[in-house]
Design a binder for this molecule. Structure first.
Ligand SMILES: Cc1cc2nc3c(=O)[nH]c(=O)nc-3n(C[C@H](O)[C@H](O)[C@H](O)COP(=O)(O)O)c2cc1C
Length: 134
């Protein structure tokens, strides 16, 4: 399986309703395609993890890349994985992923991970330990 984490720049016109629409599509399509992952949004930038069968991840990334609700997608991490981090989530969304708004913007501007981004990445991946509400 493939796991990809990217950051991007949200279109300035993105509103809560757009986020809800993205999640509705993502959860439906990802469940169909055996994809799992997580999304965070700080009002300016997105960070998303997508994991699953290689060709499904690639196909989904191509669709996401063409989505006008964001731009400037930069892959931060691409790995072959045996075990999913977000196994129970077709698309986890954390509207209150706090404390990292500035970090996420800096990371999206830099386009690569450096030392100070490790904490953000660690906390992002730790979201996968959450359990969906029953
Ligand atoms: C930041 C971001 C993340 C997205 N993540 C996904 C995703 O994980 N899976 C997905 O199918 N679509 C995702 N989308 C939406 C797609 O770009 C596209 O709108 C959608 O797949 C269209 O599917 P539909 O016609 O079935 O609604 C995302 C869009 C954005 C802007």
């Amino acid at each position: 399986m493939l796991s990809v984490i990217y950051v991007s720049v949200a279109d300035p016109l993105v509103r809560d309703a757009d986020i809800a629409a993205i999640l509705t599509s993502a959860r439906r399509n990802n469940a169909r395609d055996e994809l799992t992952g997580a999304l965070i949004y700080n009002g300016f930038n997105f960070m998303q993890a997508l994991e699953g069968p290689d060709e499904k991840v690639e196909a989904c990334l191509a669709i996401i890349r063409a989505d006008a609700r964001h731009s400037g997608m930069v892959e931060l991490r691409r790995r072959t994985i045996e075990t999913r981090t977000f196994a129970e989530w077709s698309m986890l969304y954390d509207p209150s992923f706090q404390g990292h708004d500035h970090d996420l913007s800096r990371l999206a501007a830099n386009g690569h991970l450096d030392q100070q981004d490790e904490r953000l990445m660690g906390n992002f991946l730790a979201l996968g330990r959450r359990r969906p509400a029953a």
